[in-house]
Design a protein around this ligand. Sequence first.
Ligand SMILES: [Zn+2]
Length: 307
Amino acid sequence: MSDTLQKFMFDSSLVRGELVDISEAWRQVQLLRAHPPAVGAMLGEMMAAAALLSANLKFNGTIIMQIHGDGPVKLMVVECDASLNLRATAKLAEGAQVGDASTLQQLVNLHGQGRFAITLDPADKLPGQQPYQGMVALDGDSVATVIENYMMRSEQLDTKLWLAADLQTARGLLLQKLPDEGGKAVESADADAWNRAVMLASTLSNEEMLSTDVMTLLNRLYWEETIRVFEPRRPVFRCSCSREKVGNMLKMLGKEEIDDALADLGKLEINCDFCGRHYGFDKVDCMQLFATHTLSEAVQPPGSQQH
Ligand SMILES: [Zn+2]
């Protein structure tokens, strides 16, 4: 059962969890670009983390994880929306050599200048509303540690993550301790369940996570607990790029820059970094981009541009 996200809950306590497998979607991401194993493992772990966080939030929108690295990896972006549509890309520095055993610090924070941002972009933003962006400290040697620290600061809930990925599959486990109602322990709550759940999960090896399907893992870890499982969901690879979005990006570069590029190249060829789809904009297409812009400005009533 590949590509599944399984939520579960300990029946007698305030512990909830999620297990995710991303295999087919991960292969599709890699059709466009092959990654050195260490880079692939990190990108796969970020995909698993994005799916787990996305399913964990009561939020209709997209989670965007973006690392600007200062080492061999220049850029890593993973996006996951509320329906678990995923896309991801990694860009290496030109001629970068990546050892198979490279750590997160060596990949993206070699000189301590790496930057990691997590953005929550609501699906139905009000006009002018900005997405919420949080900077994530790159203080740890694994994607799981870095995101756990971020979750601790942003949600103030105990959250534990276990992530594992190779070039075939990406897996993740999230456990979260829910707050007591009104600060009082619920009568039936099993106070030790959190420690037990975390301790058992910590016995998982990377190999075991990668080679065992999600339901088998869940049963193997928590066979002694009463677990409630929810309807499984399916993460899929889907790119949200469109001709309109590429056009908007070109408009943001400004007419002057576009005219210069057209003079040099005759036609603008843009390939989506996530899915490889090709978008061509010739002189007429570009003229139309800016013509629309001018028209919409022209129809605005006088004085409306002053604020
Ligand atoms: Zn695309």
